[in-house]
Every structure is written in structure tokens, then in C-alpha cells.
Design a protein around this ligand. Structure first.
Ligand code: SAH
Length: 230
């Protein structure tokens, strides 16, 4: 199977490339796409750059040009739920865009006509992840991840996102990748390790924990690749 592994920032895919050791690379549409063989699968790996627009481009290219049949996102996020501590893993059950607002026309926050507020991730990939978490002895949270083109470092904004979308974590790429995969009918999975708690300290925590949290997520994603298709 051809599997895409995506991150937003270089730090999010570096641990994956390091584990693979050997790969080839190709530049296209402003990204570098790395190809490798791993655990009986063909992989295409890239970081998109930050935000919904860049991540949508990268996911589309992975599917249309590189023929990805499933997409796994690995990265870091701001935690909302009180139980989520820095370094914890959360997989998205569904994703939404917290910064979409056409409420002036009577639509709910996050809604775009002919779309839906929430896009669900693939349930088979989620079940596989839950099994792997048990086998690895790590705690894997599951919940709604809210995406927007904002680094959230405010308790007020975070509380609004929690209240409006019942979200457990927030970041800047998941829902756009979900939108692409949903429209191409490609199964997808979004995993994030918490780098900060999206409050006043978020910028400081993010810088301190980006690398370690990105590694936690990448390690788990590689286990998933090993077990896909078992
Ligand atoms: N320090 C970086 C910017 C990081 S933006 C620079 O200067 O280039 C934050 C990245 O991590 C995004 O890719 C986003 O998906 C994720 N993220 C982690 N914590 C977040 C938060 N509190 N709010 C929004 N995105 C967050």
C-alpha cells in the first residue's frame, strides 16, 4: 500500500526520515517529497509548512501526484482538555475549522455550505491505533481536534473553541488535511502529541517541547505503518 506521512514542520517529519535511513526526494509545488520503502509499504513523506492552505496543497499532491492510498498526519498540538499534559498523544475522532465564520448568514461556526462542521477520521485506522497504544503501553486520547490559522496562546480563545466545538486539542493543519482526504475518499488519521496548552505560556512551552513531542508522535506513526494491512 502507498501511505502518505505528513507533518507541518520539518521537526515533525525529521524523526521519521531518521528512522527510515534511506529515501529519495523530489521537489514539487514548493515542497520536498521523500519516498521510501518501509515494512512492506511504499511511503511518501513531506512537511507542508504551517497552516490550512499549505497543508491542503501538500495533502492534495500526495494523493494526486504520488498516489497515496492512505494518509497519516504526525505532529504537535495545543491541549485543551485538562487531562492532556505535554507529551500526551491524542488522535482525532473528527476535525473542524474553528476560524470559519459565516454565522452572519445563520450558519453555525465552522460550517461551509455543501460541507460539514466536523469531518471524521477513518475508524479502522483509529481502531488499529487503539490496539497499538495498548501493545506499546502508552496512553492514547481520542477527541475532536479544532484547526485554524492561528497559534492560540490565550485562555479565552481556547475556552471559546472548547465550548463551541467540544474540542480537546487545537492546531493549524488537521482539518484542512481532513477536508482534502474526505473529498478524495482517502482514509486518513491525525495524531498529535501535546506541545503546549494553548494559554498564555503556549509560545514558551511550544519552543521547549516541539522536538520531544514531535518525536513521540512520529514513533507512534511508524508503529502504525508496520501494522497497517496485518
Ligand atoms: N514557532 C513556529 C510557529 C509554530 S506554529 C515558527 O516560528 O515558525 C504552531 C505549529 O504547531 C502549527 O503547525 C500547529 O499545527 C501546531 N500547534 C501547536 N500548538 C499550537 C497552538 N497552541 N495553537 C495552534 N497551533 C499549535
Amino acid at each position: 500500500m502507498k501511505i502518505a506521512i505528513m507533518g507541518a514542520m520539518r521537526e515533525e517529519i525529521d524523526p521519521i526520515l531518521a528512522a527510515l535511513g534511506e529515501y529519495t526526494s523530489e521537489e514539487h509545488a514548493g515542497n520536498v517529497f521523500y519516498s521510501a520503502q518501509y515494512a512492506g509499504h511504499e511511503l511518501v513523506i513531506a512537511y507542508s509548512k504551517i497552516g490550512k492552505v499549505f497543508s491542503a496543497i501538500t495533502a492534495s499532491v500526495m494523493i494526486e501526484r504520488f498516489g497515496a492510498q492512505a494518509l497519516l498526519f504526525s505532529g504537535v498540538a495545543g491541549g485543551i482538555g485538562k487531562e492532556l499534559k505535554i507529551g500526551d498523544l491524542i488522535m482525532a475522532s473528527a476535525l473542524c475549522q474553528h476560524d470559519v465564520d459565516i454565522t452572519a448568514f445563520g450558519h453555525p461556526y465552522g460550517f461551509i455550505p455543501e460541507g460539514s462542521v466536523m469531518i471524521e477520521t477513518d475508524s479502522d485506522l483509529r481502531s488499529l491505533a487503539a490496539e497499538i497504544a495498548v501493545d506499546m503501553g502508552v496512553e492514547l486520547y481520542e477527541g475532536i481536534i479544532a484547526t485554524g490559522d492561528q497559534f492560540v496562546a490565550s485562555s479565552e480563545r481556547k475556552a471559546w473553541i472548547e465550548k463551541t466545538f467540544n474540542a480537546d486539542a487545537l492546531e493549524m493543519e488537521g482539518a484542512s488535511v481532513a477536508c482534502v482526504c474526505h473529498n478524495f475518499s482517502i482514509p486518513f488519521f491525525v495524531l498529535r502529541a501535546i506541545s503546549d496548552t494553548a494559554d498564555g505560556e503556549a509560545g514558551i512551552d511550544f519552543d521547549a517541547f516541539l522536538q520531544s513531542s514531535a518525536q513521540v508522535s512520529a514513533k507512534f506513526i511508524l508503529e502504525m505503518v508496520k501494522r497497517i494491512g496485518d
